[in-house]
Write a protein that binds this ligand. Structure first.
Ligand code: ACO
Length: 320
């Protein structure tokens, strides 16, 4: 059966790095508080000219380069973002233009922090159906523009950036590629984490709001059952997993899931310490880092999982 191979990886982080100490100058917070509660020490923050489009295009170029493909080879661009530059055209279509593409199709996907997992799942379905051969799946986020910089309970948690992968359909026999994706959402918990207003609701603040404790509780429980579901579906065991590449929201959530899998810390890719929570960009940024520095090798079984506003959550299991 046709499989989607992960053939390219790319990331982009804005130049400006903001440390916890720098935030503590303007907010009643401390490096100690942020580090012990979240594992975050710093985050990258978009400059005036960095947008979901520009950062996503930069990550996409690097992923294409890694794959040895050009934009002409791409049939579809799927961008997971909660922070598009405009209501429309979609960020994906703007990125197509930046890459010089006039062929193929592109659209944005809104699933908050789970967006990249949703993107992989969507792209895989297009590839298996024969509707596309090569697809760019991008997560690109500028949460610095939707956090309330006077709310210490949320603004310290997020950072900006973009990550991309190229999925490529293959009919060759073998065990490589995306093995499965599992998606979930439950709107009854929608008020635990949301952005108050958007282009369609200008009477609202436009700021991110979160009940941190409740999200935390949901995250550990739902992500643990999500990784169970992923492995069970493939007849695999915890010990088969070479790498956990989780959404990077909080080190304590990540450690909770790793513990559930009995995975040692050395097999978990962590970027939250340096990137903070980059929402839909966090998994492809982490993948890019660990593939390029040689930690993740060809043949490795990689388990990705995420939970975000919606609530949305899910997993993707791939053999690279
Ligand atoms: N610096 C100092 N003190 C702070 C800060 C801060 N930045 N933020 C909150 N506090 C204070 C609070 O005001 C509170 O003080 P009080 O007891 O006097 O009222 C105290 O610290 C404890 O606050 P809690 O919110 O109860 O702290 P908690 O231990 O739950 O940690 C945190 C908060 C880090 C947000 C945690 O709940 C968490 O990580 N939740 C998950 C959130 C998350 O990961 N969201 C993203 C997932 S989905 C997605 O990625 C979009």
């Amino acid at each position: 059966a046709r499989r989607s191979l992960l053939v390219g990886f790319g990331g982009f982080l804005p130049d400006r790095v903001v440390s916890n100490d720098e935030l503590a100058v303007r907010l009643e917070t401390s490096d100690e508080w942020i580090k012990t509660r979240t594992g975050i020490t710093q985050r990258h923050i978009a400059g005036e000219h960095d947008t979901a489009t520009s950062m996503g295009a930069a990550a996409a170029r690097r992923a294409l380069d890694y794959a040895g493909l050009s934009a002409d080879d791409i049939d579809a661009v799927i961008v997971a973002t909660s922070t598009p530059d405009q209501a429309f055209p979609a960020t994906a279509v703007r990125i197509q233009a930046e890459l010089g593409m006039t062929q193929g199709f592109g659209f944005d996907l809104a699933a908050a922090c789970s967006g990249f997992v949703y993107g992989l799942s969507t792209a895989d379905a297009f590839i298996r159906a024969g509707q596309a051969r090569n697809i760019l799946v991008i997560g690109s986020e500028v949460y610095s523009r939707i956090v309330d910089w006077s709310d210490r309970g949320t603004c310290v948690l997020f950072g900006d950036g973009a990550g991309a992968v190229v999925l490529s359909g293959s009919d060759a026999p073998g065990d490589k590629g995306l093995l499965s994706t599992h998606l979930h959402s439950d709107g009854t918990a929608g008020d635990l984490l949301y952005v108050d207003g958007a282009v369609g609701r200008r009477d609202k603040s436009g700021y991110l709001k979160m009940s941190g404790r409740d999200v935390f509780r949901h995250a550990v429980a739902k992500l643990s059952s999500s990784v169970d579901e992923a492995l069970k579906a493939e007849g695999l065991d915890y010990s088969d997993v070479n790498w956990l590449v989780p959404h990077q929201a909080n080190i304590r959530i990540i450690e909770g899931v790793a513990k559930k899998l009995s995975l040692p810390a050395e097999q978990v890719v962590i970027t939250v310490d340096r990137h903070a929570n980059t929402s839909a960009a966090s998994i492809p940024l982490a993948l890019d880092e660990a593939v390029r520095d040689g930690r993740i090798q060809k043949g490795d079984l990689v388990l990705m999982e995420a939970l975000g506003g919606g609530l949305t959550w899910g997993s993707a299991l791939a053999r690279l």
